[in-house]
Design a protein around this ligand. Structure first.
Ligand code: NAD
Length: 277
């Protein structure tokens, strides 16, 4: 598999979860990978995993909510590997469940700064380099929560709907300049974001048990946070399991591949059927 041989891929949020799986996948298919994240320890682990598998990777410390930091990340890619061909703008955070009137202004700003402004900041820095090189491919990580509303997660959902709209608009701007811009909308995926909010414990039991535990913990958390907030109507996953990060990384790689050469401005739901429900 050498779909991306000799190309340079930047992946934000690559210190864990979906970003790490995507960084490993790009490296497996021949790309030089810039592993970008605020978490330096996790980032170095991802670099080691890539190097152990015979790939080439460099860590770039970045806070995607800071445009100057993002510009440096792109400089690292160009200085280290001489190009920037692929970007997976994936870094994101999730809040605990709380009703809209309970959201603090600082929490709102933090979610939007990282999840939405961060994706804009990345594309603002990446696009000129890609255009100058004659083209590129960008995939932004949205969410199932970017396609439907989720009670108790309004700031997160708004930020991810923003990513979907941003992706469509930038795709139109760059459609004739050789840069394809798409998004993935993952459903529930087994990563630190899930463990942090839902309390699941990877590896401790079957996936189905972990989903049940996670949903129950979620309901308990919500009952504690807002006595009047009922999550019993939350949507189930039709495939009855949550995703492994690699199941998101595959579709990301597809959107960056030549097989997707006529696809731009799309948000691909990778969600075990949730969007069809
Ligand atoms: P994760 O917590 O494992 O990974 C997120 C990574 O982003 C972490 O390494 C973290 O250090 C990094 N990060 C956070 N803030 C950052 C910042 N300001 N600058 C740079 N890096 C930062 O979670 P994940 O599930 O792999 O999340 C990846 C993306 O997938 C996020 O955008 C998330 O919203 C999205 N997503 C996840 C799920 C899920 O169920 N796991 C579902 C839908 C969408």
């Amino acid at each position: 598999m050498n779909e991306f041989e000799g190309e340079t891929a930047v992946v934000t949020g690559a210190s864990s979860g979906i970003g790490r799986a995507s960084a490993l996948r790009f490296a497996e298919e021949g790309a030089n990978v810039v592993v970008a994240d605020v978490d330096a320890d996790g980032g170095r682990e991802t670099v080691e995993l890539i190097e152990d598998a015979g790939g080439d990777a460099t860590f770039a410390e970045v806070d995607v909510s800071d445009t100057a930091s993002v510009e440096r990340m792109v400089e690292v890619a160009v200085e280290t590997y001489g190009s920037l061909d692929i970007a997976h703008n994936n870094a994101g955070i999730l809040t605990g469940f709380v009703e809209t009137t309970g959201i603090e202004e600082a929490q709102w700003d933090r979610i939007v700064d990282i999840n939405l402004k961060g994706v804009w900041a990345c594309m603002k820095a990446e696009l000129p380099v890609m255009v100058e090189e004659g083209g590129g491919r960008i995939v932004n990580t949205a969410s199932e929560a970017g396609l439907v509303g989720i009670g108790g997660l309004s700031s997160y959902s708004a930020s991810k709907h923003g990513v979907v709209g941003l992706t469509k608009s930038v795709a139109l701007e760059y459609a004739t300049r050789g840069v394809r811009v798409n998004a993935v909308a993952p459903g529930p995926t087994e990563t630190n974001i899930q463990s942090g909010v839902l309390g699941s414990t990877p590896g401790s039991s079957s996936l189905l048990d972990r989903i049940r535990t996670a949903v129950e913990l979620l309901r308990m958390t919500v009952r504690t946070l807002r006595a009047d907030y009922d999550t019993s109507a939350m949507r189930e996953v039709p495939m009855d399991r949550i995703a492994d990060p690699e199941e998101i990384a595959g579709p990301v790689a597809f959107l960056c591949s030549d097989d997707a050469s006529y696809i731009t401005g799309q948000t691909l739901a990778v969600d075990g059927g949730q969007a069809a429900d």
